[in-house]
Design a protein around this ligand. Sequence first.
Ligand SMILES: Cc1cc2nc3c(=O)[nH]c(=O)nc-3n(C[C@H](O)[C@H](O)[C@H](O)COP(=O)(O)OP(=O)(O)OC[C@H]3O[C@@H](n4cnc5c(N)ncnc54)[C@H](O)[C@@H]3O)c2cc1C
Length: 343
Amino acid sequence: MSYDIIIIGGGPAGLACARDAAEKGMKAIVLERKKSIGRKVCAGGITWNGLIQKLPGYVAEKKFFSQYLYSQFQQAKITSKTPIIATVNRELLGLHMAEKAVSKGAEIRTSCMVKEIDKNAVTVFNTGNGKTERIRYTYLVGADGSSSTVRRYLGIPVSLSGVGINYQIPGDFSKMQWHLDGSLFGNGYGWVFPHGATVSVGAYADAKIIKPVLLKNNLLKWSGRNRFNLSGYKAHAEFINYDYRGYRFNNIFLAGDAAGLASGLTGEGIYPAIISGEAIAENIVNPDNPLAEFSRLIAMHGKHKRLASITGKNRFIGAILSEVIVFGLRTGLVRFDKMEMAN
Ligand SMILES: Cc1cc2nc3c(=O)[nH]c(=O)nc-3n(C[C@H](O)[C@H](O)[C@H](O)COP(=O)(O)OP(=O)(O)OC[C@H]3O[C@@H](n4cnc5c(N)ncnc54)[C@H](O)[C@@H]3O)c2cc1C
């Protein structure tokens, strides 16, 4: 069996790529190792400039016209006429994107774990029926997340990554909060992102500065102070790769987290995943297209990476940055939307 394009990974990057590739006339297939599309450790925050306005309303669980930011010594409230951030249910987002891809003619196979890659074919193990199959490709897209098999096959290391820890607990909360407490999270932050009947409580930090175990302990310390009882709930953690080194390697591409396109500063990765997936489909069909939105994203990613590298040198600098950001937001010197990947 052979395809014009094989996409490994059915996250936002892979599904966006499959939809656009199929729409442009390519025979496209997505191979996803999970049993179903959509589930992912994530706080599910999407921004107005990035995605809220592009997705159907039912995918969003809650929309927020205000954001509450806290550092160790200050707090700021940001308000806007349009929702600044919405929280999405990753399963609904995945199903919506999969439906779009299939409607354009793409094939999606779940329970399909790509085990081996070679120059023009992949070997897939079907965890449902135990069968192994070799599928040939003209183009291969690694949209397989932060521990990408395709990236490893290309021999591209990951030296820069953040770690995100998430607890999804029951509760109906209304305030979206960011806690830039440098003493606990370095240049990262703790968050409270309310969803429908649950709330995501978690933390993000540069993996080199704060090791995952310490980050979890600090998150528990912080949540106790803020009266969130996380005991009895399971923490889910994943690395977030922000070590971007290019997206095209002859006929093999990397998208989203596999390419290292998430923000090193905030961990925002859904928008970069979708934009890079779309850009790859376009680049294959129209290599001369300058890919304006993707180029802006890469420039923004570079800015976040530089800032993360300066402020991530030690916790003290991270704490100072937190105070500067909250002061800037409080006084209007810094605009919240300027920190989004879509800006
Ligand atoms: C705790 C946490 C909170 C976060 N919160 C936010 C947030 O609020 N907002 C935001 O924008 N971003 C957030 N992110 C980042 C965001 O989740 C990712 O950047 C985004 O999901 C990347 O999309 P992707 O399609 O590149 O990869 P993924 O969504 O990771 O999808 C990759 C897919 O590839 C599949 N796969 C992997 N290997 C194989 C294989 N060998 N064979 C077949 N399939 C394979 C996986 O099963 C997976 O479904 C968060 C991340 C974490 C860890």
